[in-house]
Design a protein around this ligand. Structure first.
Ligand SMILES: [Zn+2]
Length: 208
């Protein structure tokens, strides 16, 4: 059986927290075995399916969090998730649609919600209210500092990381973070509900 042995935050090179994941202990010699028994194959298949579902759920929650914050501002939104070419890894996108455009501050609040929810997904939904934002904030400060130093170079070379780009465009990044955290925690049930729809239909939208 695969036993969970640890939990780890997955970071991108720029320090962005992508997801909280569980590390599983694999059966001894598993990776090197030439012929797998039927039981091993079944375990492996189940493990891969579970890993894919977890990855898809993380991506869906991330996008749903952006959308719920957009709806807080009365903005229309559109989000979708899709499997990356030829793999079982998922990726997602969202944007505001409709007549109203968010201002810089609102954009930053929307942008923060993605990584806040990635972080909070390490806890069950009903415990989110009790989670301290302090550890997240210290990682966030490093991430934003990193982006402010290297972001312009990356932007010039075409690698724009949308969430960070929106965050650093307002001077009120930290006020935006605190507000975003509050919205995410108080509307967590809606976020989880929208993520469930995103996982099933692979797109959501609301026009205002
Ligand atoms: Zn995002």
């Amino acid at each position: 059986m695969l036993q969970p042995i640890d939990h780890a935050l997955r970071h991108r090179a720029d320090g962005q927290i992508l997801s909280m994941r569980t590390i599983h202990k694999r059966p001894q010699g598993y990776a090197l075995s030439v012929t797998l028994t039927a039981e091993e194959r079944r375990i492996r298949r189940r493990y891969l399916l579970r890993r894919e579902a977890r990855n898809k759920r993380c991506v869906a929650r991330h996008e749903a969090a952006h959308c719920v914050v957009m709806s807080q501002y009365g903005l229309g939104y559109q989000a979708w998730v899709e499997a990356k070419d030829g793999s079982n890894r998922w990726t997602g996108m969202q944007r505001s649609i409709g007549r109203y455009q968010p201002n810089r501050f609102q954009n930053a609040v929307v942008a923060w919600a993605g990584s806040i929810v990635d972080y909070l997904s390490g806890w069950p939904l009903d415990e989110w209210r009790k989670v301290s934002p302090v550890p997240f904030e210290s990682v966030a400060i490093e991430k934003v500092n990193w982006w402010e130093e290297y972001g312009p170079e990356l932007t010039r070379s075409g690698h724009v990381e949308c969430d960070l780009y929106s965050i650093v465009r307002t001077r009120q990044k930290w006020r935006a973070l605190k507000l975003s955290w509050e919205i995410v925690v108080s509307r967590r049930v809606e976020i989880a509900g929208m993520a469930a729809i995103l996982m099933k239909r692979e797109s959501v939208d609301a026009v205002v």
